[in-house]
Unconditional design. Structure first.
Length: 150
C-alpha cells in the first residue's frame, strides 16, 4: 500500500473530475491517510417529495466519502458493496460525511462513515454507512489526478 503523498490536493483533484459531485456541490473538506470529510449544501433539486435530502444522495455522500478515505491509502478503488442506515430525515443547510478506513488490504478496503446534517452550528447524525471497496490500482489513480490537475 502506498498512501497518497498529498491526500487533500489529490482527492480534491479527483473530486473536480466527477460531474455528479460537481452537480451536487460536493466539496472535499479534509483528507489524510485513511480519512476523508466531504460536504454538500442543501439544494432543492436534491430533495425528495417530503423536502428531505433524497436517500439516494445520502447513499452517494457515504459512498463518495468512503471511496475518498480508501483512496488516500491504496489509490484507485471501486465500491463493490455499501450499506446505509438512515437514522432520521436528512434536513439541514449542509450535509457532512466523515469516513475512515477500518481495514485496508491488498485487494479490498473496509470503510465506515457518519453523515450529519448541519443547521447553524448544530449537527445531527442522520445516517451511517459502511462500504467495501475493491482496489483497482494505484498507478491508474495517479494518472487520473495528473490529468485533472489545473
Amino acid at each position: 500500500m502506498n498512501p497518497l503523498p498529498d491526500p487533500l490536493a489529490q482527492i480534491r483533484a479527483i473530486n473536480r473530475t466527477a460531474a455528479f459531485n460537481q452537480w451536487c456541490g460536493i466539496e472535499v473538506v479534509s483528507a489524510e491517510a485513511g480519512k476523508a470529510e466531504i460536504a454538500m449544501p442543501w439544494k432543492m433539486e436534491a430533495g425528495q417529495y417530503s423536502g428531505f435530502l433524497h436517500a439516494g444522495l445520502v447513499g452517494a455522500l457515504i459512498d463518495t466519502a468512503c471511496g475518498f478515505a480508501a483512496a488516500t491509502v491504496v489509490g484507485r478503488v471501486l465500491a463493490s458493496h455499501y450499506s446505509v442506515n438512515c437514522l432520521r430525515p436528512a434536513i439541514g443547510e449542509r450535509f457532512i460525511a466523515r469516513a475512515h478506513v477500518v481495514k485496508a488490504g491488498q485487494s479490498q478496503v473496509f470503510t465506515t462513515c457518519e453523515l450529519v446534517a448541519v443547521t447553524g452550528s448544530a449537527e445531527k447524525l442522520v445516517a451511517t454507512g459502511e462500504t467495501l471497496l475493491s482496489v483497482v490500482g494505484h498507478d491508474a489513480q495517479r494518472a487520473q489526478v495528473d490529468v485533472a490537475a489545473p
